[in-house]
Design a protein around this ligand. Structure first.
Ligand code: ADP
Ligand code: MG
Length: 342
């Protein structure tokens, strides 16, 4: 080894030492690291304790899932299946579609991954909003039927003619599940993931305290209240998230598959709290569509989630969240009903 090579080797060791030194200083378990990611048509904020480097991997995973699950990206398998009537899809899309179809059945079609042609007709996919005619909606609804999405051949999807599928109602929940898995496998014990309306908390805060998650006010800029939680997905769907107005009428992006119109069954927003991101994402959309009577009944027959339903004059909270949820501001004065199972 000549002198130059030794010097070079020594400086590499020095750089490595500095890098290791840096990472052991910066990777304090009580120190938080955050990144903002714009993906899936929303702003995402990831806050992780004790591991800064994992944020790069997390960000790449989000972009990867965004392009794989997107219904508008011409390179995605979902897009290809929609335009070719069927085909093979990647394992992520298959896994999610499989779970989503089970939830379509469980919610009796209040969630329907084949509602896409109707969502498209209202212009929610392009932001070129319009109110379709009843005849047009009637025609489009003929091809909406989650039961006709065939995934019986492993890895393949077959669609009936005219049918298109969209995983937009569950993609953020799936992404949150995958991020939690990635972080846990890398030793992260504490994280707050906010994927635009889909919150997922890993563990507690480093000091053992529960996370405090604010529920957005569907009728204004503030908050309805705060939920205290650990290791939970907390997902809200509301008509305030995406909408347009025409002739004084507001049309929002959650479609009732029974009518083809924006769901109008009395809720301003629905928040679901549970362990699984996909379940919570699917049910926040589906129970919003169901409206209060059916949603309360659905919850009573289930044991894998809790909910907060916001109507214009009442907040309904399922019994499992009675202690975890506190209304704030003007919502302190609103009627609050605790739903019980018996
Ligand atoms: P967001 O994406 O705003 O958080 P949701 O998770 O409730 O809201 O998903 C709404 C999206 O799902 C809509 O933008 C639309 O693409 C699609 N969608 C609308 N209605 C339904 C429905 N009944 N079933 C399945 N997907 C739906
Ligand atoms: Mg949803």
């Amino acid at each position: 080894m000549n002198k130059k090579t030794i010097c070079k080797a020594a400086s590499i060791v020095l750089i490595l030492l500095m890098l290791t030194g840096c990472s052991s200083i910066s990777e304090n378990p009580n120190e938080s690291y955050s990144v903002t990611v714009y993906a899936m048509d929303t702003v995402m904020e990831l806050t992780v304790y004790g591991n800064q480097t994992i944020l790069n991997t997390a960000e790449s995973l989000i972009f990867e899932l965004d392009s794989k699950l997107s219904v508008t990206n011409a390179e995605s398998d979902i897009y290809k299946v929609n335009h070719e009537g069927g085909g093979t899809i990647c394992s992520e899309a298959y896994e999610l579609l499989n779970q989503a179809l089970e939830l379509c059945k469980r919610t009796d079609g209040a969630l329907d991954v084949s509602i896409y042609p109707v969502v498209e007709a209202w212009g929610f996919t392009t932001d070129e909003y319009r109110v379709p005619t009843d005849d047009e909606l009637h025609e489009l609804l003929r091809s909406v039927d989650h039961n006709s999405v065939d995934i019986s051949k492993n890895g393949r999807v077959e669609l009936a003619p005219g049918m298109m599928i969209d995983l937009g109602s569950v993609a953020k929940g799936y992404t949150a599940n995958r991020l939690v898995k990635l972080l846990s496998e890398n030793g992260v014990k504490s994280a707050l993931l906010n994927l635009g309306g889909n919150v997922h908390v890993l563990g507690t805060k480093p000091d053992g305290a529960l996370w405090k998650i604010a529920v957005a006010d569907p009728a204004g800029d503030g908050y309805v209240g705060v939920i205290e939680a650990a290791d939970k997905a907390i997902v809200t769907s509301g008509e305030y998230e995406r909408f347009f107005e025409q002739d004084g009428v507001r049309y929002h992006h959650i479609i009732d598959p029974a009518t083809g119109h924006p769901a109008d069954n009395g809720f301003l927003s629905v928040t679901i709290v549970g362990n699984d991101g996909v379940l919570c994402d699917a049910l926040s959309t589906a129970l919003f569509v169901m409206g209060s009577d059916k949603a309360a009944e659905f919850w009573k027959e289930s044991d894998d989630f809790e909910a907060i339903f916001i109507a214009s004059d009442e907040i309904m909270v399922t019994e499992g969240l009675e202690d975890a949820f506190s209304p704030i501001g003007a919502y302190n004065d609103m009627k609050l009903t605790i739903l019980h199972r018996d």
